[in-house]
Ligand binder design. Structure first.
Ligand SMILES: Nc1ncnc2c1ncn2[C@@H]1O[C@H](COP(=O)(O)OP(=O)(O)OP(=O)(O)O)[C@@H](O)[C@H]1O
Length: 798
């Protein structure tokens, strides 16, 4: 199938027709085709003979019968006379010299040879003239035996056609098969594609020749008009000799074949152009449409003149085919686009599959890691849970051990602090030396036989000791308060010896000069905050004054110091339940309350002439901690007591109110000394009820309660009497206890404690090994700022 070059769409219609005809020929008229062809040839021959006889005259054409056989036709025209004369009749003078047959008059012995020469002369002249005029030619040999008479018939019928055209006036151009040929006369002689000629052509040319000629016309000229005409001609030729009942079938076959060709062509094109652009596709579509429609319309219009009954079906078939072709083209386009989309999607799917595979692999890896981690965490959590189970037990043991350590240090600890000389004072000190827990003072003969005397305490702080140093031994006891223990901190000493300075600090307070009260409260809140994940602490404050054995609430807003009752073992565990109990959440809250208390105390002092040094003030911090795991409640309290001046008043010198005050002070301080001494000696009877002060502090003196006493002395010589008196009081409570503590250091009690600690360590190691121990230990470190405590040379790692 020939294809147009350079992308121009073309189909060989001729080939299509030929193929269809071949099929139809085989199918429709195989049997009678030969006879039909013979009939057709004879009919055409007779027509040619009749026209020649008519043109040249019967006499002139005596050798040519009206209905000659092929042989007769050939022999009749062999001498060229009839042909030349006929040509000269329609085109006078075209063959100027015509040799007359000698046989006509004289029969020569060599006539045959002579006439053959003459005949050849005529035939040659005729053929030259015919060629000039553009008529179908034949070979001179066609006139001989075995020659093709059909070509001679074609030529004669062409002459006939031309002659008839001239007879009717010769108007317009006479066209021969679309080819323009110059006329012999020099004029532009054109043959019209007239009906007679087409008929004669169809009758004189073989189908092969017709197809060749049409093929040439269609492809040789590339002219759409010409192609259309030629196609018309072809269709006409094909249909002209068909019976009416064969035509529809044939047309249908042609169209079907054409469709096939178009589809085949489209497929080829689509293969050539993988994904044509929209423009190309549109171009193809319009070209196809144009081509097919032009051909079909030509067929249709041509057929209209002959077979009006075929017009409608042809038209309908044509339009149907156009729309079908359009549909097919659109469908092809869609398919191509879909294919492209499909390919793209296929590619994306492959990529996604790869990604999915990678992701799955990644996920599996992560999952594996996750399970590994979970396993590890599970085990770790298990050990932690195991540790946590024992944690509270350990905590409890730790608490006990910790406080046992405090016990070993002494439940009652006495510290001595020497105030520095105040500005303007004579620097003649009664203090000879200070060595750790010992202080030596000058003792006038009035008080002792010895020139100096040494007193021992837990520790002695010289005039240059800082507030932080003084507090350092107190700090561990703050944790005990949070663990549910009671702590009493006393400031003892004569007026002006520095009690307030130790407990609160100087008037111009700063971080360094802050006293025990501030530091203790600050630690208390710090530790409670550290333990907030395990314990819920509630802290509240009371501030009470004992003056002349009367208990007064210092946290009152109306300034009235109403007398309060002390009730030990009260329901709410408050010894003075009716005193204001103010909840606090920070150190500043407490300081604010202390200031209020001091103000209330000062008010009283104005009225009673410096009562502050003649009354005991007690700030009590109540702590209640609830273990959030076990729900157990721990209660502890810390009493910060600023005692009244301890100076002894000579009864002869004072009377009245001052005497009364002095008596009360002496009595209460003496009662306190008795209680502490009884406790230190582990006496079976502790005389708490001898004073309001000891009654108030009953729960915090003795048992597991811790007592710290800061004994203050003034270094001035003129205060030596009070200093000796104070030191003797302190020595009474501290020496006994200190001695006991010293004795305990290497006693069986310490050994027992060592064993307990070792036992605890082993128990922890058994529970979870070293890791477990570390967990517990770190938990302790988290909750206690001082996990390590020294007991002599024993290190308790809890
Ligand atoms: N360690 C010290 N360093 C410097 N100054 C001190 C020290 N101790 C006390 N003072 C000063 O000595 C003076 C008396 O001290 P403070 O008021 O504390 O005595 P006090 O025993 O509380 O007296 P009172 O019984 O009258 O309350 C104050 O001016 C105080 O600042």
């Amino acid at each position: 199938m020939p294809m147009a070059s350079e992308g121009v769409f073309s189909i060989s219609v001729v080939s299509v027709m030929e193929e269809v005809l071949k099929q139809h020929g085989t199918r429709l008229s195989d049997i009678n085709l030969a006879s039909r062809k013979a009939e057709e040839a004879a009919s055409r021959r007779y027509e040619a003979a009749r026209w020649l006889r008519k043109t040249v005259g019967v006499v002139g054409a005596k050798d040519l019968p009206e209905e000659p056989s092929e042989e007769e036709f050939r022999l009749g025209l062999r001498n060229g006379l009839i042909l030349c004369n006929a040509l000269n009749k329609i085109q006078p003078g075209k063959v100027p010299k015509v040799v007359v047959t000698p046989g006509d008059s004289v029969h020569l012995p060599d006539g045959a040879a002579l006439s053959a020469y003459q005949y050849f002369e005529n035939v040659r002249n005729f053929l030259v003239a015919v060629q000039e005029m553009g008529f179908p030619l034949f070979e001179a040999s066609d006139l001989e035996q075995g020659g093709k008479s059909t070509r001679i018939v074609n030529c004669v019928l062409a002459l006939k056609s031309y002659g008839e055209w001239k007879q009717v006036g010769g108007n317009g151009s006479w066209k021969y098969g679309g080819n323009l040929k110059p006329g012999s006369s020099g004029k532009c002689s054109m043959r019209r594609n007239s009906e007679p000629f087409v008929n004669s052509l169809s009758r004189n040319q073989s189908m092969d020749e017709k197809f060749q000629e049409l093929e040439h016309n269609i492809h040789g000229e590339s002219n759409e008009m010409t192609t259309s005409n030629s196609l018309n001609m072809l269709v006409h030729e094909v249909l002209s000799d068909k019976k009416p009942d064969e035509i529809p079938l044939l047309v249908e076959s042609v169209l079907c074949k054409l469709m096939e060709e178009l589809q085949h062509h489209i497929t080829n094109r689509n293969e050539m152009v993988q994904v044509p652009s929209k423009d190309q596709a549109d171009g193809n579509r319009s070209f196809l449409k144009q081509k097919v429609s032009s051909e079909l319309v030509s067929v249709s219009s041509e057929s209209k003149t002959e077979e009006s009954n075929l017009v409608k079906p042809k038209k309908e078939s044509g339009f149907q085919m156009i729309s079908k072709v359009e549909e097919e083209t659109a469908s092809k386009d869609r398919l191509i686009k879909q294919r492209a989309i499909f390919d793209e999607q296929e590619r994306v799917i492959q990529e996604l599959k790869r990604d999915l595979y990678d992701t799955r692999a990644g996920m599996k890896f992560i999952q594996m890691k996750y399970f590994e981690e979970c396993n590890y965490l599970g085990k770790y959590l298990h050990s932690l849970a195991h540790a946590a189970t024992g944690y509270h037990k350990v905590l409890e043991e730790n608490r006990k051990l910790y406080n046992q350590v405090q016990d070993l240090k002494g439940n009652i600890r006495v510290y001595c602090r020497v105030r520095p000389f105040l500005p303007g004072q004579l620097c003649s000190s009664t203090v000879c030396s200070i060595d750790d827990g010992n202080i030596s003072i000058i003792t006038p003969s009035k008080y002792s036989k010895e020139a100096q005397r040494t007193f021992s305490f837990n520790k002695v702080f010289g005039p240059s000791a800082s507030q932080a140093e003084v507090f350092s031994d107190t700090q561990p006891l703050i944790r005990s308060v949070l663990d549910g223990y009671n702590v009493c901190i006393f400031a003892y000493g004569q007026t002006g010896s520095g009690k307030t300075f130790t407990m609160s600090g100087p008037k111009d307070l700063n971080e360094q000069s802050q006293g025990v009260n501030y530091r203790a409260l600050s630690d208390l809140f710090f530790l409670s905050e550290q333990r907030r994940d395990m314990f819920c602490y509630e802290i509240a404050v009371q501030m009470i004054e004992i003056y002349n054995e009367q208990v007064r609430d210092l946290l009152v807003s109306d300034g009235l110091n109403k007398r309060l009752e002390i009730r030990n073992n009260s329901q709410n565990r408050l010894n003075v339940p009716s005193a204001n109990l103010v909840p606090v959440s920070s150190t500043s809250d407490v300081i604010e309350l202390m200031n209020i208390g001091q103000k209330n105390r000062a008010v009283g002092a104005t009225a009673l002439n410096d009562r502050s040094s003649r009354s005991h003030s007690c700030l009590t911090v109540h702590v209640q901690g609830r273990d959030m795991t076990s729900g157990a409640v721990l209660r502890g309290c810390m009493h910060l007591v600023d005692l009244a001046g301890s100076e002894r008043v000579d009864k002869s010198e004072v009377t009245g109110e001052r005497l009364k005050e002095a008596q009360h002070i002496n009595k209460s301080l003496s009662a306190l000394g008795d209680v502490i001494a009884a406790l230190a000696q582990k006496s079976s009877h502790v005389p708490y009820r001898n004073s309001k002060l000891t009654q108030l502090l009953q729960d915090s003196l003795g048992g597991q309660a811790k007592t710290l006493m800061f004994v203050h002395i003034s270094p001035e010589m003129d205060a030596i009497g009070e200093t000796i008196s104070t030191l003797k009081f302190a020595e009474r409570v501290s020496t006994v206890e200190l001695g006991a503590a010293k004795a305990n250091k290497e006693s069986g009690e310490v050994k027992e404690l060592k064993e307990q600690i070792q036992h605890l360590k082993s128990a922890l190691a058994r529970k979870g090994g070293e890791e477990h121990f570390q967990v517990v230990n770190s938990a302790h470190q988290m909750n206690h700022r001082q996990p390590m405590e020294d007991v002599g040379n024993i290190e308790v790692a809890i």
